[in-house]
Design a protein around this ligand. Structure first.
Ligand code: SAH
Length: 342
C-alpha cells in the first residue's frame, strides 16, 4: 500500500510499456486510458478488460479520485467553486467560470504556495506539496462530471505556482490534450506565473500554443518587490526579457495580469512606465480589481478606469477583468483557508 502506481499520471507510451510488461497487448493501454479519462474510479468498471487484468491492475495501481469537501454556487453569475479533498487529506480549490463563449475551469497546481505575494491568500500557510499530474487533471474532469457541464477552457490560475511544479504541469498538459482523453486544445489553455524566468524559457522551448499570463502587478522593482518577494530574484526587466523571448519562440503574445491596488500601483506615472516597458515585450494587459483578502491590508484601487485609459493612450491593449463569484469567495485560496480554519 501507499506505493501504488499513480496510473492516471502516465501518458500513453508509459501506459503501453507497463501494459505490455504484464504480457498484455498494446491496445489495452488505450482502453484503460479512455476509461480513466472518462472518470472511471475503479478497474472493476472497465468492462472490456479481462477479469485477471483488472485484478492485477487493482493490486499494482491506484486511480486517484478527489472527494467534494465543499461546493458553492454563486447566485449572481453561476460560478461554481469546489474544495476537493485529496487522498492524503490535503485540500485544493477549483473554480468553474461560466462565460458566453464557454465554461472555463481554474485549476490549482500545488497545495499552498511558497511565493509569498503580499495580496494572496494561497501563500499564507506556505507550500504543503506539489500536485501530481492526475490530481491537476482530476480537477477538470470531476468538475465537469459533478456539474454536468462541458469544459472548453482551462486556466492554471488557482492555488500554487505552476512553474514551480513544471514537470507535473507539463504532463498534465500532455494528458488533457489527448484525443482519447479530455481533448482540450492548447489554445484553450492559459498558464499564469509570478515570473520564474528560467522556467518561462524552459516552457517556451516546448513551443506549446498555450497562453502565458504573467502576474506583473507593478512596472517598477520597488513596488513589485514589495508586493511579490520573487521580484528580488527576478526583477521586472528580467521577467519582461523572458516574456519577449517567449513571444519570439512561440509567436504567442503574453498576457500581463495587473491587480489594481489602492495607492500602491495605480498612479499615472506607473501607467506611463508600464506602457513604456511593454514596448519591448508586447502583450495584452489584464487589469484585475484586487479581491479583498481578510488577512491582508491592501485594498482595491478606485482608479482602474483612469489607469486603463492612460495605457490605451499609449497604444497598449487593455481589458478590465470582470469579477465573477464574488459572493462565494471564489478567488485566490480563500475557500481552502476558511474551510480548513487555517
Ligand atoms: N502563481 C501564479 C498563479 C496563481 S495566482 C501567478 O502568480 O500568476 C492567479 C492570479 O491571481 C495571479 O495573477 C495573482 O497575482 C492573482 N491574485 C492573487 N491574489 C489576488 C487578490 N487578492 N486579488 C486579485 N488578484 C489576486
Amino acid at each position: 500500500m501507499g506505493t501504488k502506481i499513480d496510473i492516471k499520471s502516465m501518458n500513453l507510451s508509459e501506459l503501453e510499456e507497463y501494459i505490455t510488461s504484464l504480457g498484455q497487448p498494446n491496445y489495452r493501454a488505450k482502453q484503460i486510458f479512455r476509461w480513466m479519462h472518462q472518470g472511471a474510479v475503479s478497474f472493476e468498471e472497465m468492462s472490456n478488460l479481462p477479469e485477471p487484468l483488472r485484478r492485477r491492475l487493482a493490486e499494482d495501481c491506484k486511480i486517484t479520485v478527489p472527494q467534494v469537501e465543499k461546493k458553492q454556487i454563486s447566485i449572481l453569475d453561476g460560478t461554481i467553486k469546489y474544495l476537493w479533498r485529496l487522498e492524503d487529506g490535503n485540500c485544493v480549490e477549483t473554480v468553474l467560470l461560466r462565460y458566453r463563449y464557454g465554461n472555463t475551469v481554474c485549476v490549482s497546481s500545488q497545495v499552498g504556495c511558497q511565493m509569498g505575494c503580499a495580496f494572496c491568500a494561497s501563500t499564507l500557510g506556505g507550500l504543503m506539496r506539489n500536485l501530481t499530474p492526475s490530481e491537476i487533471l482530476n480537477q477538470v474532469l470531476f468538475t465537469s462530471l459533478n456539474s454536468g457541464l462541458p469544459i472548453s477552457n482551462i486556466v492554471l490560475m488557482g492555488i500554487g505556482e505552476p512553474l514551480d511544479n513544471l514537470e507535473a504541469v507539463l504532463r498534465f498538459l500532455e494528458l488533457i490534450n489527448q484525443k482519447d482523453g479530455m481533448n482540450i486544445g492548447m489554445r484553450h489553455i492559459s498558464l499564469s506565473t509570478c515570473g520564474l524566468t528560467e522556467k518561462i524559457d524552459k516552457l517556451a522551448s516546448y513551443q506549446l500554443q498555450l497562453t502565458l499570463s504573467v502576474s506583473l502587478h507593478a512596472p517598477d522593482d520597488e513596488t513589485r518587490s514589495r508586493l511579490m518577494p520573487v521580484n528580488r530574484r527576478y526583477g521586472v526587466e528580467a521577467v519582461l526579457g523572458a516574456c519577449h523571448r517567449y513571444f519570439e519562440k512561440t509567436g504567442r503574445r503574453v498576457s500581463y495580469e495587473y491587480a489594481m491596488i489602492d495607492g500602491v500601483n495605480d498612479s499615472e506615472a506607473q501607467a506611463d512606465l508600464l506602457a513604456n516597458r511593454l514596448k519591448k515585450a508586447p502583450g495584452h494587459v489584464n487589469l484585475i480589481l484586487l479581491n479583498d483578502v481578510r488577512e491582508r491590508t491592501l485594498r482595491p484601487s478606485r482608479k482602474a478606469d483612469a489607469f486603463r485609459r492612460r495605457l490605451e493612450e499609449h497604444g497598449v491593449t487593455v481589458t478590465i477583468r470582470r469579477r465573477l463569484g464574488s459572493d462565494i469567495d471564489a478567488s485566490c485560496g480563500q475557500l481552502r483557508r476558511q474551510t480548513l480554519g487555517l
